[in-house]
Design a protein around this ligand. Sequence first.
Ligand code: PEP
Length: 258
Amino acid sequence: MKPKLVIGNWKMNETFDEAQDLIINIAESLEKLTLETEVVMCPPFPYLELATDHAEENDFHAGAQNCSEYEKGAYTGEVSAKMLASLGVEFCIVGHSERRKYFNESNQTIAAKVDRLLEEGLVPVVCCGEQLEDRKADNHFKVVEKQITESLFHLNQEQFEQVVIAYEPVWAIGTGETATPQQAEDMHAFIRSLVEKKYGTETAYNTYILYGGSCNAKNALDLFAQADVDGGLIGGASLKAEDFVTIIEAAETVVKEN
Ligand code: PEP
């Protein structure tokens, strides 16, 4: 089993002082551990420099939650991939279901953001996942296939190998209702099979496919134990240092035991 990847998505939470405390608390706990697991914290834009400052001395990476689909110029309020790279940010979430829902992001917009990030050497963390209606209608595999195909399969092999995929069933995000380990595994194995068909077996094996959606300190171990679950994208539980560190430890335990 390859080392896991655990990413915290803070969303639009925390003041500057709270952000500082949270980063320091997590960094101090990580310092006491010897980790193979890769850890990424994605605070809101104004706190990214705080994260990159601490990431340098501690064992984690800084990530953003979004970036512009445009390179530069007259796009008031936008933040470019180049700006993120210039701060030392290494990862960026794109296509989160909240951005698809509230900011009308399409698979095409997401594809453009992925391109901007790759141009600047950042790792795009590309989210996909079905609505509850899709799952009830047994359409969930089709929906996810379309999202992945349209947002990622324009990439060449070398570009694709830089990407992380996060499967986040929309009905599980922030709801406390988690996908069962089997539901997660079924979708992850399906996504890996799509990648295999397009980019081959080695790339499919190496691609990180994370689970997100009410993953917490209690259920992380069972989710991470699934063969195709390479880690987690963690929302609410990444705002509590103790819970986030417990999730990281769960990732570490699963890898050591396999
Ligand atoms: C997320 O926002 O990416 C997420 C998975 O949220 P939560 O863990 O709170 O469900």
